[in-house]
Design a protein around this ligand. Structure first.
Ligand code: AHM
Ligand code: MG
Length: 334
């Protein structure tokens, strides 16, 4: 662990141009502040009456947990006031959230999953906030049109997540590698703990919900069979790991290598995960760390979202492992 704070790191590494307005740095500052507030709530989850469901069902047809709703509120409140955004989209809300004219508006668009893996909250297992930052297309002003938001992941200018685990970590990329920061609760600052994170070329772990096996498509069956039988570079068998919180499974994959998969299946032909608030930001991080992210047939980052809550199959992690899955797909016609 270094004593470089995330703010110091950003100031040292942000490209400084005469046109730079400081909006982007301000946006990240408020995002980090929101993450700290959510982290504090989560740490107290067992002590306050904030576990369990609200009784509502969200836009995705899933039960809303109280902490989902709290995290969503914290993000919206803070980020609407940060002065850098013109619009936001949350996994928890059907419509685009346009920044109200009573607040200063900026050029950026924030897409987020306020609390990924929230079905894990009641059992005190890792959850996280995932975010993707887009820039409004040049020359646009006034109210944001939905088409301005539906950009492919290649256009992201920043992405990351805050993982609420044994310690709280921020993993961030602004397009110059991936850097990890650990929250020092004593001083309330994220300190640089994982500079320039790189995914190993091949891992030794595959991560998929094997309970869905009977509904998988043929290439996924073949791919998982391949992971059952192939060897790691050290001659060992692959191990299976599945937390069931994408952000936690991805974090392990980023650090240790291997692959996380949420394939299409008979009941969910487009997979389960959301392209804009889950797959794109993690794909951006994976590529920045030397890994790959694919929908089986192509790069996640090149998919054009059809709507805010569009879904995608996801195969993400070490290049050798993701390429193995793509080979299985290439052997099957669409
Ligand atoms: P959430 O954003 O509502 O928490 O849902 C997404 C989660 C991912 O975090 C996780 O990888 C996946 O759903 C688990 O799904 P399943 O239980 O079908 O394996
Ligand atoms: Mg999620």
């Amino acid at each position: 662990m270094t004593d470089v704070t995330v703010t110091e790191h950003l100031l040292l590494h942000q490209k400084r141009t005469p046109q730079a307005t400081g909006q982007f740095t301000g946006l990240l500052h408020d995002l980090i502040l929101s993450g700290k507030s959510i982290s504090r709530r989560i740490n107290k989850a067992g002590l306050l009456d904030i576990l369990g469901g609200t009784g509502e069902v969200n836009v995705q047809g899933e039960n809303v947990q109280k902490l989902d709703a709290i995290a969503n509120r914290i993000m919206k409140y803070r980020m609407e006031r940060c002065g850098a955004l013109c619009a936001m989209s949350s996994e928890e809300e059907v419509d685009l959230i346009r920044v109200s004219p009573e607040f200063p508006r900026g050029d950026y668009i924030l897409i987020f999953d306020p609390l990924d893996g929230s079905s894990n909250i009641d059992v005190n297992i890792n959850v996280g906030t995932i975010f993707s930052i887009l820039r409004r297309p040049e020359g646009r002003s006034g109210d944001v049109d939905i088409q301005e938001v539906l950009q492919p992941g290649t256009r992201q200018v920043g992405a990351g997540y805050i993982l609420y685990g044994p310690s709280t970590m921020l993993v961030l990329s602004t397009g110059q590698g991936v850097h990890g920061f650990t929250l020092d609760p004593g001083v309330g600052e994220f300190l640089l703990s994982h500079p320039d994170m790189r995914i190993p070329r091949q891992g030794s772990i595959y991560s998929v919900n094997e309970g869905n096996r009977e509904n998988w498509d043929a290439p996924t069956r073949e791919a998982v069979e391949w992971f059952h039988t192939c060897k790691t570079p050290g001659g060992e068998n692959y191990s299976a790991r599945y937390v069931g919180a994408l952000v936690a499974d991805f974090h392990r994959t980023l650090l240790s290598g291997g692959i996380y998969m949420y394939p299409p299946d008979k009941r969910k032909p487009e997979g389960k995960l959301r392209l804009m608030c889950e797959a794109n930001p993690l794909a951006f991080l994976a590529e920045q760390a030397g890994g790959l992210a694919s929908d089986g047939r192509g790069r996640i980052l090149e998919r054009i979202p059809s709507h805010l809550h569009a879904r995608t199959p996801l195969f993400i992690g070490s290049p050798v492992d993701v390429e193995a899955v793509e080979k299985m797909y290439a052997g099957h016609a669409r």
